[in-house]
Design a protein. Structure first.
Lengths: 117, 456
């Protein structure tokens, strides 16, 4: 089970890489991936993988502590901002930037609210 | 240092070795899967099908299976010696079309048969009907005589003084060759200046009108008028003129085949309807030009009923004008027929925008194959593979298949798959295609295109 637990993490990384590249490709050329392969399928595989990691970890008696990697958080946030900006590209640029900032500010305060004890 | 996402979870020596092997296999599989996906994207195929046991199914993507008399093929029954047709529409370049079909269990076996394919625009493959002459409202002269085209007929002004006194601007009369006048039937002579003939055009207080059955019909805007006529064709009048004729409550919009935009959508005008174009790929693949898109106001749009989406399988609507690449011949589409426009002047009277370029060769250029029984398939499966590379340089998105069988059979289903050969040329053309799509998405060709995005 420990072996499965480790391999499932590798699977999760592969799925993440596929998903991120698929999102970027879809952002640049809508339909380039989704015309051949539904993105929801990757999302379903994600959920199955995470559940399997949880199950395998429990069976193997492995309890990984939750770690937050701030180094990778900033590039991911930057990519998220680019994807949102790109999806609103047809709008007026100021409206686009306003919505983008609004999304980030709202998300920040939502996280803050949920983190309050 | 070895790559390990879960370094804190230790494995014994034996399992660690197994983990490394499985890890390599996993990443290698992911790499191969990525290459496979890249191949699917760069060498795509397009599949279409039709189920004769369920002809109304929404899953049927092959359009209009029919016999030579344009009647639908009932229950998949095909008779010996007859030709049967069906259509598909696809954008992109392909190397071959693979046609598969399966016979009903009760059908006798197929002894032999063949399938032929043509590529063009669906509307350009319509049967050709009588040539048409000048458009209503056009003012013409053969240097000696002056005419107006009214209700399709060529009506001659008895003397130049008549059209002068009626106010028709002399510079609006187009000089044409006498033979060009033969395509409109001769109408009644205009012998006096007491009344205007039908299809006379007027400009009153910056509004444009056309006379129809002694009633003035107003164009919804100057843009709508200028889409069909030149401003010089309109006779300038003052407000008093409106009291001489009844004014219709109906407004006249854009010409059939006009491309208008409102908000982020582009529509094609056809009669009282507008068809929203589903995406930019369809717009470009159907041969339209972004320069021809006219931004419309809410009032102009409200004249029309919004019809179903215009997609890659839709035929060009009435009013579309095709121009052949080879010899610059013009054809007008009207009511499922293709009408030859016999001269540049006649075509110009109908043209409000760029014509759709089409290859005349596409009417005769075909590729064909002989139907064979599937070696590995079940007893009732047949297939045929047609190379379509030679048709790729022809303009058009529509493929018309014609099939003939040498003995009567009953078909359950037919499917068509367009495939690309995996080679260097196709690889480069796919990359170019993807690059062009990115350019279309981010760098619109004209300022109009930036405002004229497409209905999704």
């Amino acid at each position: 089970m420990t072996l499965a637990y480790k391999l499932l993490h590798d699977c999760l990384l592969i799925l993440l890489v596929f998903f991120v590249f698929a999102l970027i490709a879809e952002g640049i050329l809508p339909g380039i991936i989704s015309n051949h392969f539904g993105l929801y399928k990757i999302a379903i595989l994600f959920m199955i993988n995470v559940l399997a990691i949880f199950g395998a970890g429990k069976a193997a008696g492995v309890y990984a502590e939750v770690r937050i990697n701030k180094k990778i958080a900033w590039p991911l946030l930057f990519m998220l901002a680019l994807l949102i900006f790109n999806s609103l590209l047809k709008l007026n640029i100021f409206l686009n930037l306003f919505i983008l900032i609004f999304i980030f500010v709202t998300s920040y305060f939502l996280i803050k609210t949920f983190q309050e004890k | 240092m070895r790559f390990d996402l879960t370094g804190e979870v230790a494995l014994d020596r034996k399992n660690l070795k197994l983990y490394r092997i499985l890890q390599i296999a996993l990443y290698l599989s992911a790499f191969l899967l990525a290459i496979y996906l890249a191949f699917i994207i760069l060498f795509p195929s397009a599949a279409f099908s039709f189920d004769f046991t369920n002809p109304n199914s929404k899953n049927n993507t092959i359009a209009n299976p029919r016999d030579a008399m344009q009647s639908p093929i009932n229950n998949g029954d095909m008779l010996s010696g007859n030709k049967y047709y069906f259509d598909t529409a696809v954008s992109g370049l392909f190397s071959k079309a693979v046609i598969n079909f399966s016979l009903n269990n009760k059908s006798q076996k197929l002894s032999s048969g063949s399938i032929e394919i043509k590529k063009s625009y669906q509307a350009f493959l319509y049967p050709e009907s009588a040539a048409v002459g000048f458009k209503d409202g056009t003012l013409l002269t053969d240097k000696n005589n002056y005419f107006i085209v009214s209700n399709g007929e060529l009506r001659k002004f008895a003397t130049p003084s008549i059209f002068n006194s009626l106010g028709f601007p002399q510079n609006a009369f187009i000089a044409v060759a006498p033979e060009e006048l033969s395509y409109n039937p001769i109408g009644q002579l205009i012998a006096d200046n007491s009344s205007y003939p039908d299809d006379s055009l007027f400009k009153i207080n910056d509004n444009y009108y056309i006379l129809q059955n002694k009633t003035l019909e107003q164009f919804t805007s100057a843009t709508a008028f200028l889409d069909q006529y030149k401003s010089a064709q309109a006779i300038e009048k003052d407000n008093d003129f409106l009291s001489k004729y009844a004014v219709s409550e109906n407004s006249i919009g854009f010409a059939d085949g006009a491309l208008i935009s409102y908000g982020i959508s582009v529509y094609i005008v056809s009669g009282n309807s507008i068809f929203p174009i589903n995406n930019p790929v369809t717009f470009v693949a159907k041969g339209f030009s972004w320069n021809d898109v006219i931004p419309a106001s809410a009032d102009e749009i409200s004249l029309y009923t919004r019809a179903k989406l215009f997609n890659i399988t839709s035929a060009h609507p009435d009013g579309t004008i095709f121009k052949t690449v080879e010899d610059s011949k013009y054809y007008l589409i009207e009511k499922g027929k293709k009408h030859f426009l016999p001269s540049e002047n006649i075509a110009a009277s109908w043209l409000g925008r760029s014509p759709i370029m089409v290859s005349e060769k596409s009417l005769n250029a075909t590729s064909s194959c002989t139907i064979k029984k599937d070696a590995l398939g079940f007893g009732s499966s047949y297939s045929c593979e047609i190379p379509v590379s030679s048709l790729q340089q022809l303009d058009g998105t529509d493929y018309e298949f014609s099939m003939n069988v040498n003995n009567a059979v009953k078909i359950n289903s037919v499917s068509v798959t367009f495939e690309k050969d995996i080679n260097n040329t196709n690889f480069h053309s796919s990359l170019r295609g993807l690059f062009n799509q990115v350019i279309n998405n981010y760098v619109p060709a004209t300022p109009t295109a930036t405002t004229a995005q497409i209905q999704q």
